[in-house]
Design a protein around this ligand. Structure first.
Ligand code: GLC
Length: 475
């Protein structure tokens, strides 16, 4: 099968979140299973500045013109093969030569351009996809344009569209004037994109894609509920017949405690003792007090839906139980200030590093005993899986992908600790249960072994995507 992934970011070229990890690893798994799976993404300025070595691999295929309503815009196609997967990078310096990936006044126009360019590109390259898998609002207009302009054109027939929701919070919501002025879509198609009096790009994809997927089975039903849907539950309930969830995997070669050169000592489920050396090295690097007390790792964006308010509410209770914290992240000022204050109040027990540091993240995954992730909502979440891959026991709220990847150890057959209600004391109770198990060395070792043995490779999930694609191709 020929599959094209369209996304606004992908490892190794540009990354700001979990989306990039998924696009950087799922296509590779599909290629390994014998399919021709390729990726198309924007050619951002940051790729040229941060990854000149990758740019050297790129060759220009051709260029063409894209209609952005009445505008005619240049688009260059660059290509390179990385990790067995062909990447296409679409170049237009007016839209993409900027500092950062998103957050500009004309993001709507930038990704309308990109979405239209993805379809136009198909006239110029030697690759006809059976499936286009779009991801999040930035590519949500591809199935819409396909339905409105391309479906019956020669060379475009029978392309099926799968739209994957990684995060429903960002929908691409704009005033109604963009329909004609930016998208160039006639007013009589307003119904496809209009939602609650505005133009909603994600809603357009939900209407027009052949299938909608989310990145975990639980999130697929959670978003039918207003508590999770950010306003889209009505339309999703209508389109439920084409909605399903497939749990993400992680790159188990990149995240591998047996081969990881960044960590102090390598280890595995069979030979876990190296993990202690990783813990000692982490405590030393972060200037935390030595000792056997459990270390909780937190690697996250400091935003409310990650559950930081719960952590804040009972943080000192946990510190007073003897725990140490290795915290890495950045985000809202109020949370950054809180954690910094905790660090100055408990310098021996609390370490906070503000920023995005992948190497330190890896050391926290490897050197912590537990990993706290009490998200309010979590479409999938990759950190809990990476933590388990390094034998670090997750403490999570039962939501989305956290619910689908972590099994509570209440019956001594789980790989972590979970709680249901979004409540700080329920979280605290899970932390206390984790501590009780930690204090029983034999039980803890068995639990750690189960976590280390959990399989989060892409193989099974890639099969689920293939089954979905195959079902569509038969139609
Ligand atoms: C988004 C979601 C996260 C998910 C990731 C990859 O960042 O918030 O839960 O793991 O996408 O699908």
């Amino acid at each position: 099968m020929n599959i094209l992934f369209a996304a606004s970011e992908a490892v190794p070229f540009a990354a700001s979140g979990g989306l990039a990890d998924v696009i950087g690893s799922l296509p590779h798994a599909l290629v390994e299973k014998g399919h021709d799976c390729r990726i198309v993404m924007p050619y951002y300025k940051s790729i040229k500045t941060a990854h000149p070595e990758l740019c050297e691999r790129l060759t220009q295929v051709t260029h063409f013109t894209v209609d952005v309503s009445w505008r005619k815009q240049y688009c260059g196609i660059y290509t390179a093969v990385w990790n067995g997967v062909t990447y296409y990078l679409l170049d237009n310096e007016y839209y993409f030569k900027r500092d950062g990936l998103y957050g500009f006044y004309d993001d709507c126009e930038r990704f309308v351009f990109f979405s239209r360019a993805v379809l136009e590109m198909l006239r110029c390259i030697d690759f006809k996809p059976d499936i286009i898998n779009e991801n999040d609002w930035q590519t949500a207009l591809i199935p819409v344009f396909y339905q409105v302009f391309y479906k019956y054109q020669q060379g475009f027939q029978n392309i099926k569209h799968v739209f994957t929701i990684h995060n429903i919070q960002y929908q691409g919501n704009y005033g109604r004037e963009v329909l004609n002025e930016v998208m160039g879509i006639p007013l009589y198609h307003m119904g496809i994109l209009e939602y609650d009096g505005a133009i909603n790009m994600m809603k357009g994809a939900i209407e027009t894609a052949d299938k909608i997927t989310t990145v975990s089975p639980s999130y697929a039903w959670e978003i039918l509920d207003p508590w999770y849907s950010h306003g889209l539950d009505r339309i999703l309930v209508n389109k439920q017949y084409k909605l399903s969830g497939i749990l993400n995997g992680i790159d188990t070669e990149l995240y591998n405690p047996e081969t990881d050169d960044l960590i102090a000592k390598k280890f595995s489920a069979k030979h876990p003792s190296g993990k202690n050396a990783c813990k000692e090295a982490l405590l030393a690097e972060l200037a935390l007090q030595e000792g056997d007390e459990p270390v909780i790792g937190i690697v996250t964006r400091f935003v409310s839906h990650k559950g930081i308010d719960l952590i804040r509410y009972v943080f000192e209770d946990i510190v007073n139980m003897g725990f140490k914290f290795a915290i890495l992240g950045s985000g809202e000022r109020i949370y950054e200030d809180f954690f910094s204050e905790m660090q100055s109040r408990y310098p021996d027990q609390v370490s906070v590093t503000l920023g995005f540091q992948p190497d330190l993240a890896r050391k926290i995954y490897a050197g912590s005993d537990m990993f706290l992730m009490p998200s309010q909502s979590e479409p999938c979440g990759l950190a809990q899986m990476i933590a388990m891959r390094y034998g670090t026991i997750p403490i999570v709220r039962e939501t989305g992908g956290l619910r689908d990847s972590v099994k509570d150890d209440g019956n001594h057959d789980g790989n972590g600790f979970t709680f249901k209600t979004y409540n700080a004391h329920d979280m605290l109770d899970a932390v206390k249960r984790a501590k009780a198990t930690y204090d029983n060395t034999k039980e803890w070792k068995a639990l750690r072994k189960r976590a280390l043995k959990s399989d989060f490779s892409w193989s099974a999930s890639a099969d689920s995507y293939l089954a979905l694609y195959q079902e569509l191709c038969k139609q």
